[in-house]
Design a protein around this ligand. Structure first.
Ligand code: GDP
Length: 300
């Protein structure tokens, strides 16, 4: 239900337009498919994924001899679900077996700090021992904000001063996590995208420390993306996919946008499993991503 609330704008935009198209057409023909194509593309589903969906839909309509436009909506939902499911292994954030380490990457402003706060709160609520390591040492404010979140969710916190080596912070975080028998270590990282090779070097240094010092831990590399930025989020995902072995995406700010279709593109085109969605600024506004629920939520 919360997911449905968060997706209100996307649903209004996508579902209403699709309903209008289906009710204004008398038969299932090329014109109808063209109109559907336009809605999907403008909802940030992406050109390639839209084409794939339309092709599958046409094949289904043909094989099942469907003439009533109103029947097309269910078919479209089914095709979106299966395309998304086929594209990734699964959408569940994995912290088992513990200890687990979650490296959080993404550009500044996308909601990285907030996501780490929400995530730590949710693990803590599940009875897990959590530690946050402030690996974004580029901005003093980022370290302070993260510390605020750690206090709010009552989890442990490791930081160095502004300008410190991020890999050194993560190293200390790992040693503390081991010493204190932490279940989940959540590591922030700096997100400066202006220089791809710098970003790659910085992240690789962190990944090496994690592999060397915490090789036995369950590992997730979560990319945080801002849904309101639509195609920009897709472009960021492409860059991060090149520099890191991303295991999952957190899509934030879904509540403020009609661009929820970007999830379909992330999964079907980039084959990145969306694992969590942010649907508000509050500490509880983070939800696991479930494909069926998502598709039902955007189609009303
Ligand atoms: P960072 O620079 O990536 O660490 O971004 P922050 O965590 O500081 O978040 C930037 C802004 O986005 C803040 O004002 C957050 O409250 C807001 N924000 C983060 N996630 C969400 C979300 O899911 N929904 C909404 N509406 N706002 C969010």
């Amino acid at each position: 239900e919360k997911l449905k609330g968060g997706l209100t704008k996307t649903r209004k935009d996508m579902s209403n337009k699709i309903e209008n198209i289906l009710s204004s057409h008398k038969k299932v023909d090329d014109e109808l498919f063209e109109d559907l194509e336009e809605v999907l593309v403008t909802a940030d589903v992406g050109a390639a994924t839209t084409m794939e969906l339309i092709d599958r839909l046409k094949a289904k309509v043909k094989s099942e001899k469907i003439n009533d436009p109103m029947e097309v909506k269910e078919l479209l939902k089914d095709e979106i679900k299966s395309l998304m499911k086929e594209s990734v292994d699964d959408n569940v954030l994995s912290i088992e077996p513990t200890p687990a380490v979650i490296l959080v990457v993404g550009v500044n402003g996308v909601g990285k700090t907030t996501t780490i706060g929400k995530l730590s709160y949710s693990f803590k609520k599940d009875g897990k021992k959590v530690l946050i390591a402030a690996g974004d040492t580029f901005r003093a404010a980022a370290i302070e904000q993260l510390e605020e979140w750690s206090k709010r969710s009552k989890v442990e916190f490791v930081a160095h001063n502004e300008g410190a080596d991020p890999a050194a912070v993560i190293y200390d975080g790992i040693q503390a996590a081991k010493a204190r028998k932490t279940d989940v270590l959540i590591c922030d990282t700096a997100g400066r995208l202006h220089n791809k090779s710098n970003l790659m070097n910085e992240l690789n240094k962190i990944f090496r420390v994690v592999d060397r010092e915490f090789g036995n831990a369950t590992k997730e590399i979560l990319l945080v993306l801002d849904a309101t930025t639509g195609q920009n989020a897709i472009n960021q995902a492409k860059v991060f996919k090149e520099v890191a072995n991303i295991t999952g995406v957190v899509l934030t700010k879904l509540d403020g946008t009609a661009k929820g279709g970007v999830i379909i593109a992330l999964q079907a085109e980039l084959r990145l499993p969306v694992k969590l969605v942010g649907i508000g600024e509050g500490i509880e506004d983070l939800q696991p991503f479930i494909i069926d629920d998502f598709v039902e939520a955007i189609f009303g």
